[in-house]
Every structure is written in structure tokens, then in C-alpha cells.
Design a protein around this ligand. Structure first.
Ligand SMILES: Cc1cc2nc3c(=O)[nH]c(=O)nc-3n(C[C@H](O)[C@H](O)[C@H](O)COP(=O)(O)OP(=O)(O)OC[C@H]3O[C@@H](n4cnc5c(N)ncnc54)[C@H](O)[C@@H]3O)c2cc1C
Length: 375
């Protein structure tokens, strides 16, 4: 017999799980499908920067302003979100609201940072340019060759692996039926939709949310595609680097226990999970240019992940047809966006309410590619 739920979510990465948590807190009966054993979540590969001051797309324009505002709103939700999730689950997620430094070695790089500072300030962001000496006073391990830095005191970070553990625990605590399987097909019917797993189990729901990341097999590859990212972690003395540093060749994110995450390469369209040794060497060299003592650091782990990219670099959030919603394409910022994405999608699904942000990221901007694809 077909099981029936209010809502079925396909995808147990940060986007699917934050949405699941938001929906069950409002009493929805939920089925959650996740193929994590065969399609590793990008969330597990992320560095966990919550840094909208450095991210509002490459092209400028209204969509990118919206993207920046969405990121800034998500950032403001993070302290409360992290505290509530930790209290609910007892799992520490290592949220750190101690700012991000973007550093420059040349006058050209400093000029780019100044332009970034002007853009971010014009959108209401709290950023300032500081000298190389001021940056070194904050982070003594920084290279003496740094000439200037962009200081974003409100940007933050979290540990995405701990976040996944906490979100899984939060969702499991409430009554969510979990199907650890890949959904092979979604079928839209007159009164809702159904999805069928690879092994043939069918679940019916009033609404189905596709939050399957970069390679779900359920969205058009022109709409959502993988952008492969390699990263590496090295061991440092705890406190040797205290906050996120973004350098031209790599970013550095210090985590608990003396683990420093260095990221990340970007390669569009590749969906294999092999780690590229040359990319890792380049990241290590970029990190060592910023913090010379890292030249001696012992490598702990290297990995890769598939960011869900979209044609315009912005997420795809909203209704895509009868009974089907998309929560896809958070690209480089899914961890940052998650609390805002979940809040807006829950309000849309349960109350039919659309935020200004959701208007900007509506699937309809891609026309037939996104709409009613599952009909
Ligand atoms: C190297 C790297 C560094 C990054 N750093 C940052 C950062 O610092 N800050 C930031 O905000 N973001 C960062 N990101 C981006 C971030 O990881 C993603 O935007 C985010 O994780 C996307 O979340 P998601 O839930 O949409 O997808 P995922 O985390 O990929 O989760 C999708 C889930 O859906 C499941 N699934 C897929 N298809 C199906 C199916 N057909 N049936 C059932 N289940 C299915 C998968 O198994 C998976 O578990 C980084 C990404 C990478 C790769």
C-alpha cells in the first residue's frame, strides 16, 4: 500500500534538513528521502564560511544584489539558529561569529578588495579596508607581504559536518519517516504528487520538495549542474589562526581541535569524486603564501564535493508546478543560506506566503526548464 504524507522532501543535505526541521516544528507529517550513501552531500565537503560580504555574484545587477541581501539576512539568523539547534540536540556545531579577513598582496588585489568593500557597503554590509599591519595585529601568523585587507567583522563560520549531525538528530527526534534511498521518479497527480525509489517504494504526498543538490538525476542538468570543489585539512596549533582568512589562492578556516580547512578549487561540470592532487598543491601553496608557517603543517585529510551550480549563480527556490517545489542550486553558499532558505520555503509551502527573496529566486525565471518538468 502506498504510504501518504503531507510533505516529502528529497535530499538530506543542509537544505533538505533545515527545511525538514522547519516543517516538523510546525506539525507537518514528513517523509525524507536521502541517498547519502551513494550521493555524498556537498554539505559534508563544505568549509562552512558564512561570508556574504565576499559573495554577491560576479556580474552585478539586481539578481546579485538580491543574492547579497539573502546572504546577509541568513547571516543575521545564524547566531539564534545555531544556539537553538545546539540546545535542541546537544550537538555543538562550532558556530564562530568572529569575522572574516580578505587579504591582498598587490596593489591590484587591494583595488579589487576596495571595490568589493564599496559594493558590500552600498548594500548595507558592515565592512572596512584595513592596512597589512592592522591585519597582522589581528592575525599575527599572516605574511609580512600582505599590503591591505578587507575586514568583515560580522561574517562568521560553522562546522558543516557537525551541523549535519545536529540536523539529522533534530529531524530524527520528531516523527519523520526516513527513507535512506535514491528517488528515481516523481509523478505529479491531480491531488498532489508521488515519488518512487530505485527499489520500487512509492510515497504519496500533498507536496514534494526536490532538495537533492547537484546530481539528483531529477532536475535538468542545464538547470542544476555540479561545480566540483577540492579541499584539504591540515593540523595547526590551536589558536595559530583564529578566524577565516580569504587569500587570493585559497581560504583558510580554523576549526575546533587544531584542524585548519583550506579550500577550494572550482571546476564546472565534473561529477566524479576523485581528488585532484594538483589542485590540492595549489591550495596549499596559496594558504602558505598567506600564512608562511603552514609550509610545515601536516596534512590530515583531502576531499572533494559537488556544489549545486545554476546558470545565473543564484538558488532556485519556489513552486515548479502542481505539488512540486524546488530548493536547489545554492552553489557556493548553501550552508550560509540554509536558515533563510528553510524559513522562506516553509512559509511558502505551509502558508502560501512568498518573501521578496523568493520572488527573486523563483524557478519561473528559467521558464520551461524548471516549470512542470515533472508533470
Ligand atoms: C569544497 C566546498 C566548499 C564549500 N564551502 C562552503 C562554505 O564555506 N559556505 C557555504 O555556505 N557553502 C559552501 N559550499 C557549498 C555548500 O556545500 C552547498 O551549497 C550546500 O551543501 C548544498 O546543500 P544541498 O542540501 O542543496 O545539497 P547536498 O548537501 O549535496 O545534499 C543533497 C542530498 O540529496 C541527496 N540526494 C540527491 N539525489 C537524490 C535522490 N534522487 N533521491 C534521494 N536523495 C537524493 C544526496 O544523497 C545528498 O545527501 C561548499 C561546497 C564545496 C564542495
Amino acid at each position: 500500500m502506498t504510504k501518504t504524507f503531507d510533505i516529502a522532501i528529497i535530499g538530506g543535505g543542509v537544505i533538505g534538513l533545515t527545511l525538514a526541521r522547519a516543517l516538523i516544528r510546525r506539525g507537518a507529517s514528513l517523509a525524507l528521502f536521502d541517498a547519502g550513501a551513494v550521493i555524498p552531500p556537498a554539505t559534508n565537503a563544505a568549509a562552512g564560511m558564512l561570508a556574504p560580504s565576499f559573495e554577491h555574484g560576479e556580474g552585478g545587477g539586481a539578481l546579485y544584489d538580491a543574492l547579497h541581501r539573502f546572504g546577509a539576512r541568513a547571516l543575521s539568523l545564524w547566531p539564534g539558529y545555531a544556539a537553538a539547534l545546539e540546545e535542541e540536540t546537544g550537538v555543538r556545531i562550532d558556530y564562530r561569529g568572529d569575522g572574516v579577513l580578505g587579504v591582498a598582496f598587490t596593489e591590484n588585489e587591494a583595488k579589487e578588495l576596495r571595490e568589493q568593500a564599496v559594493r558590500t557597503s552600498s548594500l548595507g554590509g558592515d565592512v572596512s579596508m584595513i592596512s597589512g599591519d592592522e591585519a597582522r595585529a589581528m592575525e599575527p601568523a599572516l605574511s609580512k607581504d600582505i599590503v591591505a585587507a578587507l575586514w568583515a567583522p560580522r561574517d562568521a563560520q560553522v562546522d558543516p559536518r557537525r551541523l549535519l549531525i545536529a540536523l539529522r538528530a533534530a529531524v530524527k527526534k520528531k516523527v519523520v519517516q526516513h527513507f535512506p534511498e535514491k528517488v528515481a521518479r516523481i509523478v505529479v497527480q491531480a491531488a498532489g504528487a508521488s515519488c518512487t525509489t530505485k527499489s520500487g517504494e512509492t510515497v504519496a504526498a500533498r507536496e514534494i520538495v526536490l532538495a537533492g543538490g547537484a546530481v539528483s538525476g531529477l532536475a535538468s542538468k542545464e538547470l542544476v549542474f555540479p561545480v566540483k570543489g577540492d579541499a584539504v585539512a591540515v593540523e595547526i596549533e590551536e589558536g595559530a589562526v583564529t578566524r577565516v582568512i580569504r587569500a587570493p589562492g585559497a581560504y583558510l578556516c580554523p576549526k575546533a581541535g587544531g584542524r585548519l580547512v583550506i579550500g577550494a578549487s572550482e571546476e564546472r561540470g565534473r561529477d566524479d569524486l576523485s581528488v585532484d592532487a594538483e589542485a590540492i598543491d595549489a591550495l596549499k601553496s596559496g594558504a602558505t603564501q598567506a600564512v608562511p608557517t603552514l609550509g610545515q603543517a601536516r596534512e590530515i585529510e583531502r576531499w572533494t564535493g559537488l556544489r549545486p551550480g545554476t546558470p545565473d549563480g543564484a538558488p532556485i527556490l519556489g513552486r515548479a508546478g502542481n505539488g512540486v517545489y524546488l530548493a536547489l542550486g545554492h552553489y557556493r553558499n548553501g550552508v550560509l543560506h540554509a536558515p533563510a532558505s528553510a524559513e522562506d520555503m516553509a512559509a511558502l509551502i505551509l502558508d502560501g506566503r512568498t518573501s521578496d527573496d523568493l520572488q527573486s529566486f523563483n524557478p519561473s525565471r528559467f521558464g520551461a526548464l524548471a516549470m512542470a518538468e515533472h508533470g
